[in-house]
Design a protein around this ligand. Structure first.
Ligand code: SF4
Length: 456
């Protein structure tokens, strides 16, 4: 292991955003109103298709690392008023949107979407199809928890038109599973993957997490080797965000069990080595895909984009997100729904919407969002091309960012040429830190910033 890289990891391990949005969610304003959101929905959006998201917050049990908005319950009756509320919210939203706009992408996340029984899976998808028009070749994906899943759930998803699945695997080691309260055997995962392939889902993604308690480099190598034998089309390897001040239940994780900086670096190196050895291509921050995957092609063509669902090929879509805490996005607006389940349902019951906060982006926000996204997707920024697109002189506009990038260049994380910035292979571990140099909202004192998870 290179001690230099470890030194850098310690040096650059600072609180920072993951940039699934810019500005980041803590800057969304409660002054953003329902009228503001209706204006955004009604605004002309030439050439922009739709991406729909439905948030199903329910889970059978609590994983201690969870960072999602979820409700652990065995009371299935809670799902019925929730599905009714989703139906109302979709109906109200669809009234505002040009009906000729087609849905190119649809995703269910949570929580656990497959907490819904097969009949309710069919019911929810029928509601979405009632209010919106899905393209024949739409990418329709669902997050799946292998535990408590039956073949009938997968049949209901397939019949409803889902063509992509994303399974939460996280770590196969029994000690780690115990430490995070998520027990799932190899047999179980093998079985649900077999069912998925028999039913004809065209793309299977597996999610893993590095930085979990009790993880060692040796144990995680075994997880990686087992997972690659299952040959998923994509892998997402997220870094665990330990934020117990935001997610109180993370206090159930013993801090002494969390891997130290050297182990975290070893884990990242194991990920790159094992997945690279069997041909997966690293996409930006945390995704891996087969060389013929459209994410890889999009990265090569510089059409990759990043949003709340991670890396995507659908840059020019407005995201209409339904459900508690979900975040919608148009070209220049973010809107987040109420994060409290009861309030979300009450508010939709009254007006059909549950706007809690949002933001209309300034032109500067849009320019900086594009710069951060280009760095995190393309791993380089061409000054002239970027400047032409936004009608700016790049080196003047981003003089502050270029100054802030200089120490990172000195540490070998980026190269700064007269015409472009490029992320070096070593710099890939520090993409969040590189993005932070373009973030105007971080130019305030650290004590005035939101508390983010550590970047490395
Ligand atoms: S299943 Fe997913 S959403 Fe539910 S508690 Fe576990 S990590 Fe969180």
């Amino acid at each position: 292991m290179s001690s230099t890289t470890l030194d850098l990891l310690q040096k650059y391990s600072v609180p920072g955003p993951r940039y699934t949005s810019y500005p980041t969610a803590p800057y969304f304003s409660p002054a953003f109103s329902e009228a503001d959101w209706l204006d955004a929905l009604n605004a002309p959006a030439p050439g922009r298709a739709l991406s729909l998201y439905a948030h199903i917050p329910f889970c059978d049990s609590l994983c201690y690392y969870c960072g999602c908005n979820m409700v652990a319950t065995r009371d299935y009756s809670k799902t019925q008023p929730y599905l009714d509320t989703l139906g109302r919210e979709m109906a109200r939203t669809a009234q505002q949107v040009d009906p000729s706009r087609v849905v190119r992408q649809l995703h269910w996340g949570g929580g656990t979407p497959t907490y819904l029984n097969p009949d309710d899976i069919r019911r929810l998808m029928a509601m979405m199809r009632q209010h919106f028009t899905l393209a024949d070749d739409a990418e329709i994906s669902c997050e799946v928890d292998p535990r408590e899943l039956t073949r009938a759930h997968l049949e209901a998803l397939r019949e409803s038109g889902f063509n992509r699945l994303s399974f939460g695997v996280q770590d196969m080691d029994p000690d780690v599973q115990q430490a995070v309260n998520r027990i799932q055997s190899e047999f179980l995962i093998q079985q649900v993957l077999d069912w998925s392939r028999e039913l004809g889902f065209s793309s299977i993604n597996l999610d893993l997490i590095v930085g979990l308690p009790k993880q060692t480099v040796a144990s995680f190598r075994r997880t990686l080797e087992r997972v690659t034998e299952w040959s998923p089309d994509r892998l997402a390897v997220f870094a665990y965000a330990h934020v117990p001040w935001l997610k109180k239940h993370q206090n159930l994780i013993r801090e002494a069990d969390l891997p130290d900086a050297a182990t975290r670096l070893g884990l990242q190196q194991a990920v790159n080595e094992v997945l690279g050895a069997v041909g997966y291509v690293n996409i930006g921050l945390d995704h891996f895909a087969r060389p013929d995957d459209e994410l890889v092609r999009a990265q090569q063509n510089k059409t990759l984009w990043r949003n709340f669902q991670g890396y995507t090929t659908h840059k020019d879509c407005d995201i209409l997100a339904f459900g508690v805490s979900s975040i919608s996005q148009t070209a220049d607006v973010y809107m987040q729904n109420d994060k409290n389940l009861k309030r979300y349902q009450d508010r939709v019951g009254k007006t059909g919407l549950a706007v809690e906060r949002g933001l209309r982006l300034t032109r500067d926000d849009q320019i900086r969002r594009d710069a951060i996204t280009r760095v995190m997707c393309d791993l380089e920024l061409d000054f002239a091309a970027f400047g032409r697109e936004w009608c700016i002189a790049f080196t003047d506009y981003f003089a502050d960012a270029l100054t802030d990038l200089r120490p990172l260049a000195d540490d070998g994380l980026v190269t700064i040429a007269p015409d472009r910035i490029s992320v070096t292979p070593r710099g890939r571990l520090f993409l969040r830190n590189i993005g932070m140099c373009f973030d105007r909202y971080l130019k305030v004192a650290a004590s005035e910033r939101p508390r983010y998870s550590k970047t490395a």
